[in-house]
Design a protein. Structure first.
Ligand SMILES: Nc1ncnc2c1ncn2[C@@H]1O[C@H](COP(=O)(O)OP(=O)(O)O)[C@@H](O)[C@H]1O
Ligand SMILES: [Mg+2]
Length: 394
């Protein structure tokens, strides 16, 4: 009875006084808590197992690769995955992503975990920057400037005029002529004048550097251009993938062939008014595959020849304007025949160096005379009679 009355009176624990009912409630709660604790431990175990399974799986399954299409203001990234669908993901890699980067996604497609090195990406140069070359930086080539404005600039700026008149502008233009005459400059000047996205690729690199991927890259480039129209795709050294050959093709050549086939398919695939223009350049129009020149492809050819006297004079003026010169007769300099724009620039640089070698900060007639002599003696032509540019200074 003693015990019982003790329970009824409660146990005095220090200054906490508990009644018998309270004790049984606490005991009950204690049991519940232990039970819940056990349940939680079990659940933790299950979760740990799930995490382990997830980790195993993520190592088992390949990680998806995606292309960055755009970066949102809040830092999230729009990427295109297989079949062209677009998703928004968070960048959890330690680097900033840029448009056209190739990235690795986590298995659940939710986040970017890694940015692939540049060698796995399309070498699209000057993609975001506008080239800073203008028509005024190009000497001579008046007729060529006019032609390219008409077939590239006008349709990009004013496509409706072609619709009204009822004609289709050319999709592609091929610039051909000796090296160093300003083909690349001209393509850049058009891009500058049109506000178009300028996508520059070197064709030979497409087939060589990205062995086995050339045709895929061509597809990517056109997709990117269409999505970012107005755009100009500039394919330099197109003979690198478009040389006509006879007989069976095999090995690496087959890849080159595939790249060309893809290019032709892409050219056929877009409409003249899609606001994508393709400018190609070559020093070797003599070997370019005729398939490239069919209607609807590169149906406009613009020859970029070596300049005449007037052209040379204009080019000399462009470079002499930036130089500190004394007693120079531009007419006399411009009388030197068979010079490309690149060679004229080289002569000016060499003349400047002659002055520096003699501790002068201004350039005189003799400096140019020496430079021209050096250029003349280094002039070479290949077996097609095309001048080979000798870089005087690299
Ligand atoms: N018509 C020109 N006017 C001014 N500079 C020129 C001209 N042509 C060539 N150059 C100079 O030579 C360099 C090479 O020219 P580029 O346009 O790359 O030649 P291409 O593409 O025809 O081989 C240019 O960066 C420029 O400095
Ligand atoms: Mg060039």
């Amino acid at each position: 009875m003693e015990n019982n009355s003790n329970v009824n009176r409660g146990i005095n624990h220090g200054n906490i006084c508990l009644s018998g009912n309270e004790i049984s409630r606490i005991l009950e709660e204690n049991i519940i808590l232990r039970f819940e604790n056990k349940k939680l431990q079990d659940e933790t175990g299950i979760l740990a197992e799930e995490i382990k399974k997830f980790k195993d799986n993520s190592q088992k399954y390949p990680f998806p690769v995606a292309n960055v299409k755009d970066v949102l203001e809040d830092g999230r990234v729009i990427v295109t995955i297989n079949f062209g669908s677009e998703i928004v993901v968070t960048n959890r890699s330690d680097k900033k992503v840029q448009i056209t980067d190739k990235v690795v996604l986590r298995n659940d497609f939710g986040t970017i975990t890694e940015i692939l090195p540049k060698s796995h990406q399309i070498s699209l140069m000057n993609m975001d920057e506008k080239p800073d070359i203008t028509y005024a930086d190009i000497g001579g080539l008046q007729e060529q400037k006019r032609a390219i404005k008409e077939v590239v600039e006008l349709p990009l700026k004013n496509p409706e005029i072609f619709g009204k008149v009822g004609i289709s502008p050319p999709k592609g233009v091929l610039l051909y002529g000796p090296p160093g005459t300003g083909k690349t400059l001209l393509a850049k000047a058009v891009a500058n004048a049109t506000n178009a996205k300028f996508i520059e690729v070197v064709a030979s690199e497409l087939a060589q550097k990205y062995l086995g991927e050339g045709s895929k890259l061509v597809r990517e480039i056109f997709r990117y251009a269409k999505e970012n129209a107005p755009a100009i795709i500039f394919i330099d050294e197109i003979d690198g993938i478009a040389h006509s050959r006879s007989g069976e093709v095999e090995g690496a050549d087959r890849e080159v062939q595939r790249t060309l086939t893809q290019l032709l398919a892409e050219m056929d695939g877009f409409k003249p008014l899609d606001r994508v223009k393709v400018i190609a350049a070559t020093n070797r129009v003599d070997i370019v595959d005729n398939a490239l020149l069919r209607p609807g492809r590169f149906d406009r050819l613009i020859e970029i020849p070596l300049c005449d006297y007037e052209g040379r004079k204009e080019i000399f003026e462009i470079y002499l304007n930036k130089m500190n010169i004394r007693d120079i007769n531009i007419d006399e300099l411009s009388r030197t025949e068979n010079l490309s724009g690149a060679q004229i620039k080289g002569i000016c640089t060499e003349a400047g160096l002659n002055a520096i070698r003699q501790n002068r900060d201004y350039v005189v007639r003799d400096d140019f005379a020496n430079a021209i002599e050096k250029t003349e003696s280094s002039k070479m032509t290949n077996k097609f009679g095309i001048p080979v540019v000798q870089e005087l200074y690299v």
